[in-house]
Design a protein around this ligand. Structure first.
Ligand SMILES: NC(=O)c1ccc[n+]([C@@H]2O[C@H](COP(=O)([O-])OP(=O)(O)OC[C@H]3O[C@@H](n4cnc5c(N)ncnc54)[C@H](O)[C@@H]3O)[C@@H](O)[C@H]2O)c1
Ligand SMILES: [Zn+2]
Length: 356
């Protein structure tokens, strides 16, 4: 079967392999990349029911001795106590420095399994097998791992690059539509940031038919960000496009609005503001809002510009009296812009007056 392979060139380097039905080929692919290991498979209670059996079968056929660890699905379980259970499990099944963890699931699974692999015996290898679109286009590449603390999301974590990412695009067929839309929001963001052709794949409609290409383009962009990051180019900061208002919306809603949906509204707000305040080189807002809506995402919010600005200024990205916004110039190109924090309500208002 045809696979797409995107190399990520950091330290030892690793590949992101993308294809339909890849889960059934995962055993031989892992053996080719990593050789003989003992394996612990980490997955959540939803993904277990659908995808654990085909993965285990492929691993067994390839001669692997693999033990599954299943935790209760949901962000509320992305906590230290789940990682502690995972670490005890790794020890109980006798994983050594040379062994390996597989993370089968969405961003919650990947973030926690990566964290646990990064601290077990001071770091063992792990492989990401993303099953949500969000994990495929965003969280599985880059090596950021984390758990939530009572004080906030992702407050404890470490950088630990995976040894390989295997993305079976057939897994997205069973995603609830809202979860698919959540991932689509981040991929559309990447298109606005960096690549008009990627944006066009969402604009022109047949997203499922093009999903392999979409994941490949997003993985290539993430790879580029991770590679450049070592040179501090500020590229990673551009990933925050739509996130200043997006995070504020999540906060104001008490986290009842999912991240991708909040980011979609944030993308709509910043693109309307960029157009109205003369920052954009060409009209961007109508194209962006239409494409978001077409992909099941919202573009307006009930919260006021003042409420959002207050919430945004509580956010950790504030630095002194200014704040860095990511501003679309046109589809496929954005710039970082420092603005005085006092201007934020006015900027949000410009982005929220009558929907574009
Ligand atoms: N590390 C990073 O760089 C990074 C980047 C972005 C987000 N994140 C993190 O990712 C997390 C969100 O990821 P997520 O949206 O994938 O959440 P998730 O892992 O909780 O998955 C969402 C839901 O979909 C279910 N699911 C997963 N795959 C499925 C499938 N194929 N079919 C049916 N159901 C399936 C899961 O069981 C869960 O209920 C957050 O914790 C966020 O902080 C990390
Ligand atoms: Zn995001």
């Amino acid at each position: 079967m045809e696979h797409r392979v995107i190399p990520v060139c950091v330290r030892e380097g690793y590949n992101v392999v993308i294809g339909g039905g890849l889960l059934r080929e995962s055993g031989p692919l892992i053996r080719a990349a990593l050789g003989e290991r003992r394996i612990a498979v980490v997955t959540d209670s939803h993904v277990e029911k659908i995808y654990l059996a085909p993965l285990m079968e492929s691993l067994t056929q390839a001669g692997y001795d693999a033990s599954p660890f299943v935790f209760s699905a949901g962000e509320q379980n992305k906590r230290m106590h789940t990682v502690a259970d995972m670490l005890e499990f790794f020890a109980a099944v006798g994983l050594t420095r040379k062994d390996c963890v597989l993370a089968l699931g969405g961003g919650v699974t990947g973030d926690m399994a990566g964290f646990a692999a990064g601290c077990y015996l001071r770091g063992i290898d792990y492989v990401q097998l993303p099953t949500t679109l969000l994990a495929a286009v965003d969280s599985s590449v880059g090596g950021k791992t984390a758990v939530d603390l009572s004080a906030g999301k992702n407050l404890a974590g470490l950088f630990h690059q995976p040894s390989m990412v295997l993305c079976d695009t057939e897994c997205f067929a069973t995603l609830p539509p809202d979860e698919f839309a959540n991932g689509a929001a981040e991929a559309i963001k990447t298109g606005i940031l960096d690549d008009e052709s990627l944006f066009s794949l969402f604009e022109s409609g047949d997203v499922l038919r093009n999903i392999g290409e979409i994941v490949a383009q997003c993985a290539a962009f993430k790879a580029h960000v991770v590679e450049e990051d070592e040179r501090e180019t500020g590229l990673r900061k551009t990933l925050n496009l739509g996130h200043t208002a997006g995070h504020a919306i999540e906060l104001c809603s008490g986290y009842t609005i999912p991240h991708g949906h909040a980011v979609a509204i944030g993308l709509a707000i910043i693109s309307r503001a960029a157009e109205r305040l003369g920052w954009a080189e060409e009209p961007v807002a109508a194209r962006i809002t239409r494409t978001l809506r077409q992909n099941g995402l919202p573009t307006t919010t009930e919260f006021s510009p003042e409420e959002l600005a207050n919430a945004a200024l509580l956010d950790k990205k504030r630095a002194g009296g200014t704040l860095t916004l990511v501003v679309p110039r046109r589809i496929g190109s954005c710039d970082l812009m420092d603005v005085a924090v006092e201007r934020l309500p006015e900027i949000f208002r410009a982005g929220m007056e009558a929907d574009a």
